[in-house]
Design a protein around this ligand. Structure first.
Ligand SMILES: NC(=O)c1ccc[n+]([C@@H]2O[C@H](COP(=O)([O-])OP(=O)(O)OC[C@H]3O[C@@H](n4cnc5c(N)ncnc54)[C@H](O)[C@@H]3O)[C@@H](O)[C@H]2O)c1
Length: 329
């Protein structure tokens, strides 16, 4: 298959490597010619994925110079807030009937839409989504991982499963696009909350309580939007939540630690050095919950810290001081 991956960051680089090893012809689109030249020369992405050799067959091309006409699959590996602009650019250039796959995990600010919705609006065609416990740093080192590809069209999901799955990357199909995509978005603010707990010096009990109660709130919101319960109990749901909330690779968890140490929300992304999807997504979920009239206790506390309304330490008192409840409503 001829594949174009838009986005040459951590996940774009790791995913391209995976696709090339699976036998596909892969071009990765960068924002500048200088970046493409450097990556083609080094066969390594020292900023986003240091220490991983990228196959020389993976070609990096600047968006200005790229052609998409031969690509049977276009993969979106950019931050959520950039997906719409990229899809607008891809729309008139892609081959009719080519497949689209979004790897982005977030909710668009303002529209409160999922990445696949933005892609459909801008290209006039649907996009499948891929989400699961998949840190680029581990997938790129061929550590066994599993993921979910979701499409409303079972045949498309099966084609993508066959195209991507290999001995180190196990792919399950799912038709619940909303649920899979929403899980990937909602886990990031939760990881920020867990990072704050870790940064404040709390332990395993606190982390486990946060993860479990957060799963309840993510599931509540996801079901209200039309997702399926099993999705939240699967790889894209609890699976990704566990990985993101416990991993040393998670920049969202790291962002939470930094907030607990007093780093200002405005400086987070510069300090982490890469996109921290949990920041815009916490804001988008705050707006979405308000629109649907739902309570998201943990996400709301992350939002309050990001907006400068409270400190990490104050959020603990707020969460622990909530009224007594039944575990299941
Ligand atoms: N890193 C991971 O382990 C991982 C795993 C699963 C999903 N994701 C998701 O994949 C998406 C990308 O994450 P990442 O970790 O690769 O981010 P990153 O910060 O490492 O890289 C983002 C890349 O997108 C490029 N980019 C930004 N705006 C662009 C635009 N308008 N046009 C073209 N390129 C643009 C940047 O130049 C950069 O190369 C995010 O939504 C993230 O949540 C990441």
């Amino acid at each position: 298959m001829d594949v174009t991956v838009v986005g040459s960051g951590s996940w774009g680089s790791a995913f391209s490597r995976l696709l090339q090893r699976r036998g596909h012809r892969v071009q990765v689109l960068t924002m500048t010619t200088a970046e493409a030249d450097e990556l083609n020369r080094r066969h390594e992405n020292p900023h986003f994925l240091p220490g991983v050799a990228l196959p020389p067959e993976v070609r990096f091309v600047a968006m200005d110079e790229a052609e998409l006409g031969a690509s049977e699959l276009v993969v979106y590996a950019v931050p959520t807030q950039a997906v719409r602009a990229v899809a607008r650019w891809v729309g008139p250039r892609r081959a009719p009937g080519s497949l689209q796959l979004s790897l982005a995990k977030g909710v668009e600010l303002g529209t409160l839409e999922r990445p696949s919705q933005a892609i459909r609006e801008e290209t006039g065609d649907s996009a499948a989504v891929l989400s699961g416990p998949n840190h680029a740093e581990e997938v790129a080192r061929d550590m066994p991982s599993a993921t979910v590809v979701a499409s409303a069209d079972d045949e498309v999901a099966a084609r993508l499963q066959a195209a991507i799955m290999c001995e180190t990357f196990r792919v399950y199909t799912n038709s619940d696009v909303l649920g899979v995509e929403f899980c990937g978005a909602a886990k990031n603010p939760i990881a920020v909350a867990v990072g704050m707990s870790d940064g404040l010096g709390f332990g395993d009990n606190s982390r486990a309580a946060l993860i479990t109660r957060s799963l309840a709130e993510v599931t509540r919101l996801g079901l209200a939007m039309g997702g399926r319960f099993e999705t939240f109990a699967g790889l894209a749901g609890i699976g990704d939540l566990i990985a993101t909330c416990t991993s040393r690779h998670s920049r969202n968890r790291r962002a939470g630690e930094l907030l607990a140490q007093g780093v200002s929300p405005a400086d987070l992304e510069a300090t982490v050095g890469q996109v921290v999807e949990g920041v815009p997504t916490a804001r988008a979920l705050h707006d979405l919950a308000a629109r649907l009239g739902l309570e998201l206790p943990v996400t709301e506390q992350v939002y309050a810290v990001l907006e400068g309304h409270s400190t990490a330490a104050e959020t603990v008192q707020r969460l622990m001081g909530r009224e007594a409840k039944r575990e299941h409503q």
